[in-house]
Ligand binder design. Structure first.
Ligand SMILES: [Zn+2]
Length: 267
């Protein structure tokens, strides 16, 4: 059985449906509050089309003086429903359903669905990745939500390799570029010579590639599933960096045009 992550927000954002997550007595009070008391959740709002702060409502379940009876209350309650409302618009709502048994919790429902959620979270990369790669990222996430670990690593590896290939294509325009030397290099070395064309997070964490390759050949389904959130986060950070760079370039182009016209007017 998996253990409930210490970051309690993961209860809502990361737990897979129908998986049992054990929790300790130590984390129970926090878990209890997360389900029953008003709580903030930082999350993408499908309806607003951007990140928002959601607030849950008080459940009305009465708190007692001991955690044992609080645990019993939650078990007896049956399905625990938590409703989060977007702070921008009161009609934007996310629902979660859980059940609690002896020291384990299971998410049994969520609306919008996990797939919807994930697709929303990665939507901002759609333009950057292009149709095919975007679909692969979405497939990787979809596979994991169905317990397929190794297959999801195949897709992530393709995205990773594609980022390197993009940088490679850019590098070949440099007059000093040595293509035959590049062809003889292993991936880690290639990342090294391409570093000025690649997001710094990728360069600093180039070991990610060996994890992805290992996953396909050596890691178990379980191990891949366990590693997936960290590897996905790594890929997203790389993509975020590319997005930021694009934004910066756009701003520079806009700023320089605006300033040039001012300068020519007043000089
Ligand atoms: Zn909203």
């Amino acid at each position: 059985m998996k253990e409930l992550p210490e970051d309690i927000d993961s209860l809502f954002t990361e737990l897979q449906l129908y998986d049992q997550y054990s929790f300790s007595m130590k984390i129970f009070p926090e878990l209890y509050r997360a389900i029953n008391k008003p709580k903030k959740l930082d999350c993408y709002c499908n309806e607003c089309g951007r990140d928002s702060i959601f607030m849950s409502t008080e459940s009305g379940v009465k708190e007692s003086s001991s955690w044992e009876s609080d645990l019993k209350t939650l078990q007896d309650e049956g399905v625990l429903v938590v409703k989060f409302i977007c702070s921008r618009h009161s009609e934007h709502i996310i629902w979660f359903q859980f059940i609690i048994r002896d020291f384990f919790i299971m998410k049994i429902g969520q609306f919008p669905s996990i797939a919807d959620f994930s697709n929303i979270e990665i939507k901002k990369y759609q333009k950057l990745l292009g149709k095919e790669r975007y679909r692969e990222l979405s497939k990787a996430i979809g596979l994991v939500s169905h317990g397929v670990g190794i297959g999801s690593f195949v897709y992530l590896r393709r995205i990773f390799e594609n980022l390197i290939e993009d940088a490679h294509q850019q590098a070949t325009t440099d007059v000093n570029w040595d293509e035959s030397a590049y062809e003889r290099m292993r991936t880690a070395e290639r990342i090294g010579v391409l570093k000025s064309y690649l997001p710094s997070f990728l360069v600093e964490h180039r070991g990610m590639y060996s994890i992805l390759s290992k996953g396909i050949h050596e890691l178990s389904e379980e191990e891949c599933l366990e590693m997936f959130p960290a590897v996905r986060l790594g890929i997203e950070l790389i993509l975020d960096e590319k997005l930021e760079e694009l934004e910066r370039q756009k701003k520079i182009a806009f700023g320089s045009k605006a300033l040039s016209s001012l300068i020519s007017k007043y000089n």
